[in-house]
Design a protein around this ligand. Structure first.
Ligand code: CAA
Length: 380
């Protein structure tokens, strides 16, 4: 398979790289310290067409392919992975749920447009305190009442929860059927009965806003159902397949960001009368990391290309997520070590990247769940 980027993809990659280096990089350390998200910069990404990259123009998008989107998440995450995940959740989890459900024209126009233009955030509510890896174990309910559904329950670990105007929630319409009774809904978070619960204090991706979302007799129009009743679990699974390409891109971005900091450091810093990279142990370490990054890149671009071409991508997305996020963890840990005492200090950035890398191995399906998906596809 040929991964030579098209001229358009290269243009988008360069545009996002320039934005990331000029606008996002300067405040990344500060945002990590304060845990504050810069909404204005996010809106700028929307104005540039970055948020809605893989969506049709009629729904506020830029009409590009998933590969262009993966390249953009990678570039953003090279300098600030917290922005990378906030972007990825709006685009691939919130927007992805709407697209995967076979939503109506009206639903797509109303619910995709403001989020894909970056005027607002979207969030995704599947996980619950007792339904993490076992996503089918949700207990949030949606009871039909005339032209409305009444939602009750609690979702946790919702990235963008405190910022989102729009939210996709997965709730049981037929609780006795378990996962087969799960349905997907899109709603406006200003709806009475919907509120933000506990806001998480995390180890990494500090400025990304992650919270519980609480539903207490939250009455939403019946036309907010995505697809049909009972379609919810499959919509969630299809959505997560796409989301995992976003997290893989985030992981690859973190790995490349940390690698570049280490590369420069090894060339600049002298110990024992020579530049650090002249120690073969460190040069070989960098060679190994370079190979791991190149492998991860191949896996990501394969999965993104599969999705762009309309090929099956569940397995390639899971493999890319596994390999790219493991690369992020490995490269950042090694980068901290190679920078020595400086590596442990905030101003050198690799320790933040190491904290950010850890969650990429956990969310949107732990890497153990990715192995479950991959092995399941082998023995089907
Ligand atoms: N696409 C379409 N359908 C799918 C599918 C897919 N990728 N995967 C499964 N299905 C279908 C199956 O075909 C099956 O259909 P039938 O009943 O008609 O045969 C049905 O769904 C059930 O499938 P399984 O029996 O495989 O389901 P399971 O209960 O064993 O679970 C799982 C499978 C892969 C472990 C799933 O539960 C899973 O993905 N868990 C991880 C959840 C996850 O990623 N959560 C992250 C939430 S988002 C987040 O992290 C927060 C954030 O904001 C970043």
């Amino acid at each position: 398979m040929d991964f030579k980027l098209t001229e358009k993809q290269q243009f988008i990659q360069n545009m996002v790289r320039e934005f990331a280096e000029k606008k996002l990089a300067p405040g990344a350390i500060e945002r990590d310290k304060t845990s504050e998200f810069d909404v204005e910069l996010y809106k700028e990404m929307g104005e540039m067409g970055i948020i809605g990259l893989p969506y049709p123009k009629e729904y506020g998008g830029s009409g590009e392919d998933y590969m262009a989107y993966a390249l953009a998440v990678e570039e953003i995450s090279k300098v600030d992975a917290a922005v990378g995940i906030s972007y990825s959740v709006s685009t691939s989890l919130y927007g992805g749920s709407i697209m995967a459900s076979g939503a109506t024209e009206e639903q797509k126009k109303k619910f995709l447009t403001p989020v894909m233009k970056g005027e607002s955030f979207g969030a995704f509510g599947l996980t619950e305190p007792n339904a993490g890896s076992d996503a089918g174990g949700c207990i949030t309910t949606a009871v039909r009442d005339g032209d409305y559904y009444i939602i009750n329950g609690l979702k946790c670990f919702s990235t963008n929860g405190p910022l989102a105007d729009y939210y996709v929630v997965y709730a049981l319409t037929e609780p006795e059927k378990g996962a087969k009774g799960l349905s997907a809904f899109v709603l406006e978070t200003k709806t009475p009965g919907c509120s933000v619960g506990h806001i998480e204090d995390k180890s990494g991706i500090k400025s990304a806003q992650v919270s519980e979302m609480i539903f207490e007799n939250c009455r939403i129009p019946a036309e907010n159902l995505l697809g049909k009743e009972g379609d919810g679990f499959k919509i969630a699974m299809k959505t997560l397949d796409g989301g995992r390409i976003g997290v893989a891109a985030q992981g690859l971005g973190i790995a490349k960001g940390a690698f570049e900091i280490a590369r420069k450091y090894l060339m600049q810093r002298k110990q024992f009368g020579k530049q650090l990279f002249k120690n073969q142990y460190l040069a070989f370490k960098m060679a190994e990391l370079k190979v791991q990054i190149a492998q991860a890149e191949m896996m990501l671009y394969k999965a993104a290309t599969d999705k762009s071409l309309g090929e099956p991508y569940s397995q390639s997305a899971a493999m890319a997520k596994l390999v790219c996020t493991d690369a992020a963890m490995k490269v950042t840990i090694e980068a901290v070590q190679m920078l020595g005492g400086n590596g442990y200090m905030r101003e050198y950035e690799v320790e933040r990247m190491m904290r950010d890398a850890k969650i990429t191995q956990i969310y949107e399906g732990t890497n153990e769940i990715q192995k479950l998906i991959i092995s399941g596809s082998i023995f089907r």
